[in-house]
Ligand binder design. Structure first.
Ligand code: GLA
Length: 434
């Protein structure tokens, strides 16, 4: 296909994987550690550098139209999350990092098998893949950590204010191990998953593109506002506080104590923008322009108590999960399952990022043998991840298939994309021609 599109052959190939987040949802952008693993599914780009300053992109999937632009004038439209914009995020991130204005062009053919809008991070995989493509064309070097940080930042050009989990695991993943990803500074530590269990991904078949709605950014802003109100209440320099983790670090207290402080300080009724302004002593204009993102400026209510409770409790569950994996008691799988179930309940009730189909799918998975099951990724659709005892895997797959997919039109979705067991895969790679 590369040959018929561009009339030449690729010089090299780059792959970057998607991921499944095992536990630690919506806490990376609050500064807290998360526990994902890379999946085998990935983005793969065939590349030929060219002398002209033109970037030409094509996709093996006919749903994604060809795109071409001058390499020196990258415009990323935040209003529509078109596929090529994710490529441009990675491209621009590297270009800006090296302060380059005169970039060489390239021909790229993109292929991918991560189900889109499913919470498995197909978008970040494309940003990371494009970042590594650009770096390779330039003949420059960066560490995986630097690459992950650049790509996490440059994905914000699409308009969503994600954390760094997806890009970090795409670069730092290693086959056979999940990773605890910590931020500021970015670090990845191996977490050995129990051998007696399998992690199974099930797609609710409800598509959710986090850049197409404001759900995601509203949560980021609610966490930011909660952090500011907590900081103000504790007489900390709230103006410079952006993340819930900073409040904990500045107070030097435990996550359990942060939960109590949240209960004492914030109220469970939603906050109006006016009340927030009153608490912080700022004007509505200042709130809109200095704190909120462009697509959340007209939001009328913010739930601060619920979001902060989710974040602090979820951050604690991640640490417990890692500890149980390390200590590996006899009932490891059961304990990990319980944490995953608690995570789902918190995502559903406190963070409100689930949907009826995800809740139904989680129930079905638990009914047919999962020790724990939860939504994974941003939520509001997409996939669940379940921990299933290895000896129950085949009956689990058959029963969930029957109960969730066969009884509805959902069985139309190719099976491999809907329900599959997964193992920790490796990170992004460049394949050069021998
Ligand atoms: C998206 C974001 C991540 C993370 C998850 C939710 O995937 O890109 O940074 O916030 O949602 O855990």
């Amino acid at each position: 296909m590369f040959n018929s599109k561009f009339g030449s052959v690729p010089k090299f190939y780059v792959r970057a994987p998607g991921r499944v987040n095992i536990i630690g949802e919506h806490i990376d952008y609050c500064g807290y550690s998360v526990l994902p693993m890379a999946v085998e599914q990935d983005m793969l780009i065939a590349v030929e550098p060219v002398k002209t300053h033109v970037l030409q992109l094509a996709n093996t999937n006919p749903l994604y139209p060809d795109f071409s632009t001058s390499a020196n004038n990258i415009q990323i439209d935040k209003t529509k999350p078109l596929w090529h914009n994710y490529f441009l995020c990675g491209f621009k991130g590297i270009q800006e990092h090296f302060g380059l204005s005169d970039l060489t062009g390239m021909n790229c053919l993109v292929d991918g098998n991560i189900p889109p809008s499913s919470g498995l991070s197909s978008s970040s995989a494309l940003v990371c893949c494009a970042g590594l493509v650009t770096l390779t064309v330039l003949g420059m070097n960066l560490s995986k950590v630097e690459l992950a940080e650049i790509c996490a930042k440059s994905e914000h050009y699409i308009g969503t204010e994600g954390g760094g989990m997806d890009q970090s695991i795409s670069f730092l993943a290693e086959e056979g191990t999940a990773k605890l990803i910590e931020f500021s500074p970015l670090r990845a530590t191996d977490v050995k998953l129990p051998s007696g269990a399998v992690f199974v991904i099930a797609n609710s078949c409800v598509e959710m593109n986090k850049a197409a709605t404001s759900h995601f950014n509203i949560r980021v802003m609610e966490c930011r506002l909660a952090a500011k109100l907590l900081a103000k209440h504790k007489c900390l320099p709230w103006e410079e506080v952006l993340r819930l983790e900073e409040v904990q670090a500045k107070l030097g207290v435990s996550l359990q104590e942060m939960l109590l402080i949240t209960e004492d300080t914030l109220h469970s009724e939603p906050y109006s923008p006016k009340e927030i302004c009153r608490c912080l002593g700022i004007s509505l204009q200042e709130l809109k322009t200095q704190i909120l993102s462009p697509n959340t400026q007209d939001v009328l209510t913010f739930k601060l108590y619920q979001r902060a409770k989710h974040v602090y409790s979820e951050a604690a569950r991640v640490l417990q999960f890692k500890k149980i994996c390390e200590e590996a008691p006899d009932n490891t799988v059961q304990l990990l399952g319980e944490l995953m179930n608690q995570s789902h309940v918190s995502c559903r009730d406190m963070y409100e990022c689930s949907c009826p189909e995800l809740d139904q799918l989680v129930d079905i998975c638990r009914k047919f043998g999962a020790q724990g099951s939860r939504l994974t990724g941003a939520g509001w659709g997409g996939c669940t991840v379940s921990i299933v005892p290895a000896d129950k895997l085949s009956s689990f797959l058959a029963n969930v298939h029957e109960a969730y997919y066969q009884r509805s039109n959902r069985s139309l979705v190719p099976e491999k994309q809907s329900l599959f067991a997964t193992k920790p895969g490796g990170g992004a790679l460049v394949f050069l021609e021998a």
